[in-house]
Design a protein around this ligand. Structure first.
Ligand code: HEC
Length: 156
């Protein structure tokens, strides 16, 4: 084996193994969020309670609730808006009717990019942490469990 080939193989190994484990908010999620979500969920957007009070008007103005920092965003993953990011960004593969969440289309300009960014979100949450359950049961979807919550990594 030539040294060049060995270096190439090593590089491939390193880039694969760093995929899931090293996804962080600052390095990976924040740039995706700024590019694809920030326009409607950025620092200029209202907090969730203010948004809810005037929801119709905000939606008309294409403004969603603010998720522009790490702390704000994880509130839509863990608590109080448990699973909101997962329900909205899912590509339809986690639900029975196969319907993607209504924010999935914002994840990129084509399907390849959307899938890539979705995978980054999933890896950021952690293996087995992509659960669409709410804090309380609704319909035939049970409430989130402590075991499911324990899987969240959400590295900063
Ligand atoms: C063009 C504007 C726009 C873009 C871009 C956008 N959103 Fe939204 N988003 C909204 C609006 C408006 C709502 C509120 C209406 C609704 O619930 O669908 C919303 C709702 C949400 C909710 C639910 C909040 C709740 O109350 O539970 C989540 C989570 C979310 N968006 C995440 C994202 C993510 C992540 C991205 C980027 C991939 C994104 N959105 C891109 C406008 C946008």
């Amino acid at each position: 084996m030539t040294p060049k080939l060995i270096i190439l193989m090593l590089a491939a190994f390193v880039s694969c193994s760093s995929l899931a484990a090293d996804v962080t908010y600052t390095k990976d999620i924040e740039p995706i969020f700024k590019e694809w979500c920030g326009e409607c969920h950025g620092a200029q957007s209202p907090d969730l309670e203010t948004f809810k009070k005037n929801e119709k008007q905000f939606i008309k103005e294409k403004t969603g609730p603010r998720m522009s920092t790490y702390d704000e965003l994880i509130a839509y993953i863990g608590w109080p808006d448990t699973g909101a990011v997962m329900r909205r960004l899912d590509d339809g593969k986690s639900v029975k009717d196969g319907k993607p969440g209504n924010m999935y289309r914002h994840l990129g300009s084509d399907e390849t990019e959307r899938q890539k960014n979705l995978a980054t979100f999933k890896n950021w949450l952690g293996a087995g942490a992509w659960n669409l359950n709410r804090w309380t049961a609704r319909g035939d979807v049970p409430a989130i469990t402590k075991d499911q919550l324990d899987k969240l990594q959400l590295k900063y």
